[in-house]
Design a protein around this ligand. Structure first.
Ligand code: CAA
Length: 384
C-alpha cells in the first residue's frame, strides 16, 4: 500500500517503528501491570524530538503538523496505546496554545513543550460535563488582573504528571457556550491540586487523574484568545486533535492484526495451522480491510487539516469514529483468534482489547462523533 508520505514522514514512521519494537514492546506489559508512568520512555521521546513534531520551527519545533503526529502516534500505538498517549495528550493540550494563544504565550510555552521539558494536560471534562461540554461548572471569576478558578476537572489524561494545563471554565454562566474561557495554568500555581488517580481498564501506562482548582488565581495574561471564546477554542482543538486519537486506535488495531496473523500461522489444530483454514482467513481479511479503510480516512482528515481547510469537524469526527470502532472490532476478533489463550494475561492480545475501548469514549464518545457528523450533514449537505 502506498501512503504518499513525505520523506520526513517516512523517516519519522521508521524511527517510531524502531522505538516501538525495541523500546516499548518489551516493557509494555510491565507498565500495564505495574500501573506505572513510563517516565524513561517519555524522556526518550523528548531526546528523539517527538515532542517537536507538531510545533512550528519558529518555536523550536520540526514544523510538522497533524499528519506527522498521526504517523508517529500510529506506530508507537502498535506496541502500546497507553505509552503513546503521553505524547498525543500533550499535543491535545498544546493545540489550544497553537490555535489561539497570543505571541507572548507561544514564546513562553512552545519552546519548552517542543523540548519535551514537561507534559501538558487538556482540562475540559468535569464530573457533570462530559459529552455536554457546554455545561461546565468550573468557574473563573474576575478579581482585578486575576481570575479565581474553582472547580473539578476529571478523567484528565496526563493529570498529575503534566506541568502545564489548558483549562476551560465558565466566566459567565448566564451566557452558556459564549460564557466560557480558556486559560493556561501551570503546575505549582497556588490552588491547583490533584485528586483521585483513576484505576483504568486499559491504557494503564497513561496517567489519568482529577485536576482540582481551589481559589486558584490565574493572571489575565494566561487567557487563551478572548474571554467568552473558550468553547470555540475547545471545539477547534478537538477538531484538530481527534485524528490523533484515531491514529492511536489505528495503531492498536494494526498491532492486534499483526499479532493475530503471526499466531494463526503458528497455531495448529486438526493437523494444520489455523491460518490455512478459510474461516480464519476470512476473519483476517476483514480485519486487514477495516484497518486499511480506517487508515485512509485518518490520513485524509489529517491532510485536510494540515492543508488549511477551515471546517474539518465532519472529517475529524468521521475518522475518529471509524478508527475507534475498527480498533474495537479488530481487537475483539484478534482475541477470538487466540482462543482461550487470548483471554489470558500471559498473552499480549487482551491488553490491545482493553486499550482499544477508550478510543470509542474519549475526545468525544463515538455517539458524539455521530452527532457532529449528523448535524454537519443536515446543515451543509451530503457531499462537500
Ligand atoms: N468549531 C468552531 N465552533 C464550533 C464548533 C467547532 N467544531 N462546534 C460548535 N461550535 C460553535 C457553534 O457554531 C456554536 O456557536 P454559535 O452559537 O455562535 O453558532 C457553539 O459552538 C455551540 O455549538 P453547539 O450548539 O453545536 O453546541 P452543543 O452544546 O450542542 O454541543 C457538542 C456540541 C459537539 C456536543 C460538544 O459539546 C462536544 O464536542 N462534546 C464532546 C466533548 C468532548 O469531546 N470531550 C472530550 C474531552 S477531551 C478528552 O477526552 C481528552 C483526553 O482524555 C484524551
Amino acid at each position: 500500500m502506498e501512503y504518499f508520505l513525505t520523506e520526513q514522514q517516512q523517516m519519522l514512521k521508521e524511527l517510531a517503528h524502531k522505538i516501538a519494537e525495541e523500546k516499548i514492546r518489551p516493557v509494555a506489559a510491565e507498565y500495564d501491570k505495574g500501573d506505572k508512568f513510563p517516565w524513561d520512555i517519555v524522556k526518550m521521546f523528548a531526546d528523539l524530538d517527538f515532542f517537536r513534531i507538531y510545533i512550528p520551527e519558529k518555536y523550536g519545533g520540526l514544523g510538522g503538523d497533524v499528519m506527522d503526529l498521526v504517523v508517529a502516534v500510529e506506530e508507537l500505538s502498535r506496541a502500546c496505546g497507553g505509552i503513546s498517549l503521553s505524547l498525543a495528550a500533550t499535543a491535545l493540550a498544546t493545540f489550544p496554545i497553537l490555535l489561539s494563544g497570543n505571541e507572548a504565550q507561544k514564546q513562553k510555552y512552545l519552546p519548552d513543550l517542543a523540548d519535551g521539558k514537561y507534559l501538558a494536560g487538556f482540562c475540559l471534562t468535569e464530573p457533570a460535563a462530559g459529552s455536554d461540554a457546554a455545561s461546565l461548572k468550573t468557574k473563573a471569576i474576575r478579581d482585578g488582573d486575576y481570575y479565581v478558578l474553582n472547580g473539578v476537572k476529571h478523567f484528565i489524561t496526563n493529570g498529575g504528571v503534566a506541568k502545564l494545563y489548558t483549562v476551560f471554565a465558565t466566566t459567565d454562566p448566564a451566557r452558556s457556550v459564549r460564557g466560557q474561557t480558556g486559560f493556561i495554568v501551570e503546575d505549582g500555581m497556588p490552588g491547583l491540586k490533584y485528586g483521585k488517580k483513576e484505576d483504568k481498564l486499559g491504557i494503564r501506562a497513561s496517567a489519568t487523574s482529577e485536576v482540582i482548582f481551589e481559589d486558584c488565581r490565574v493572571h489575565k495574561d494566561q487567557i487563551l484568545s478572548r474571554e467568552g471564546l473558550g468553547f470555540k477554542v475547545a471545539m477547534q482543538t478537538l477538531d484538530k486533535s481527534r485524528p490523533g486519537v484515531a491514529a492511536q486506535a489505528l495503531g492498536i488495531a494494526q498491532g492486534a492484526l499483526e499479532l493475530a496473523l503471526d499466531y494463526t500461522k503458528e497455531r495448529e489444530q486438526f493437523g494444520q495451522t489455523i491460518a490455512s483454514m478459510e474461516a480464519i482467513q476470512f476473519m483476517l481479511a476483514d480485519m486487514a480491510t477495516q484497518v486499511e479503510a480506517a487508515r485512509a480516512l485518518v490520513y485524509q482528515a489529517a491532510r485536510m487539516i494540515d492543508s488549511g481547510v477551515k471546517d474539518v469537524a465532519r472529517e475529524s469526527a468521521m475518522c475518529k469514529l471509524f478508527a475507534a470502532d475498527t480498533a474495537m472490532r479488530v481487537t475483539t476478533d484478534a482475541l477470538q483468534l487466540f482462543g482461550g489463550y487470548g483471554y489470558m494475561r500471559d498473552y499480549p492480545i487482551e491488553k490491545y482489547f482493553r486499550d482499544a475501548k477508550i478510543t470509542q469514549i474519549y475526545e468525544g464518545t463515538n455517539q458524539i462523533q455521530r452527532l457532529v457528523i449528523g448535524r454537519h450533514l443536515i446543515k451543509k449537505g451530503a457531499y462537500i
